[in-house]
Design a binder for this molecule. Structure first.
Ligand SMILES: [Zn+2]
Length: 238
């Protein structure tokens, strides 16, 4: 049997906590290694309170705060390895070099599943650029012409964006994260710079939990929604 693994790739450090922290904790508990790449610290656009708390505009200090928060959150969720690319944000640069770097991460990890942002997000183009680079990296990683260590094509699961109705987000998977909710909540609270999102994402989780429970016909308090990019192949409908 092929070893299972997951690679999560986000534009900014906070994204993995709010949107897929439950999935990370759940699979880590199941023994599935989860590797995480944060393309930027989100220092410009997603660290507002860290800027407001300073007398001087010290970019390095803001980045260090966000890095420490992300490391703590990732440890609470059980992330196996965490990589910061420090590319800068708002806007995040899109480049062939990053695509290549990510493709090498995929070749090394051989994941069955990649988790990242959805394709569209008019309010945050960094998220769209991340999606594009991840899909580009996936293409490069599965191509034999780029090296004999090419991988089997992984599924791509897009996590729920902040404003799903703006992004054409249509979830086809709801994950019951009730058993790991406490871990996700602790990880959210580790991101003190974005304290304003704690209750917001608790509400999102409660709403998705209720929807997932209805679909599964079993009690579920907390959930996370995902949209798959590629169809799943089945031997039958049942
Ligand atoms: Zn973000």
């Amino acid at each position: 049997m092929v070893d299972k693994s997951i690679v999560v790739i986000t534009a900014h450090v906070g994204d993995f906590v709010w949107r897929c922290g439950g999935a990370i904790a759940l699979h880590a508990e199941l023994g599935v290694p989860v590797q995480l790449v944060c393309l930027s610290y989100g220092e410009n656009g997603e660290s507002n309170s860290a800027w407001a708390a300073q007398a001087q505009n010290d970019r390095q200090a803001v980045k260090e705060i966000r890095r420490a928060e992300a490391e703590r959150a990732a440890a609470l969720l059980g992330v196996e390895s965490l990589h910061f690319y420090d590319l800068g944000d708002y806007p995040l640069p899109e480049s062939a070099e990053t695509v290549d770097r990510l493709s090498r991460v995929l070749r090394a990890a051989k994941p069955q599943i990649i988790v990242t942002h959805p394709e569209k997000d008019p309010s945050n183009l960094d998220h769209c650029r991340t999606f594009n680079m991840v899909l580009g990296a996936r293409m490069k990683a599965i191509a034999p012409g780029h090296g004999a260590d090419f991988i089997q094509p992984p599924q791509v699961l897009c996590f729920e964006p902040h404003q799903p109705e703006l992004c054409g987000f249509k979830p086809d998977t709801i994950l019951d994260i009730t058993p790991v909710w406490e871990k996700k909540q602790n990880a959210m609270q580790a991101m003190a710079t974005q304290k304003n999102l704690w209750t917001y994402y608790e509400r999102v989780a409660l709403q998705r939990g209720a929807q997932g429970g209805r679909r599964a016909q079993k009690a579920s308090m907390y959930g996370e929604a995902y949209q798959t990019i590629f169809p799943s192949a089945r031997a039958s409908f049942f």
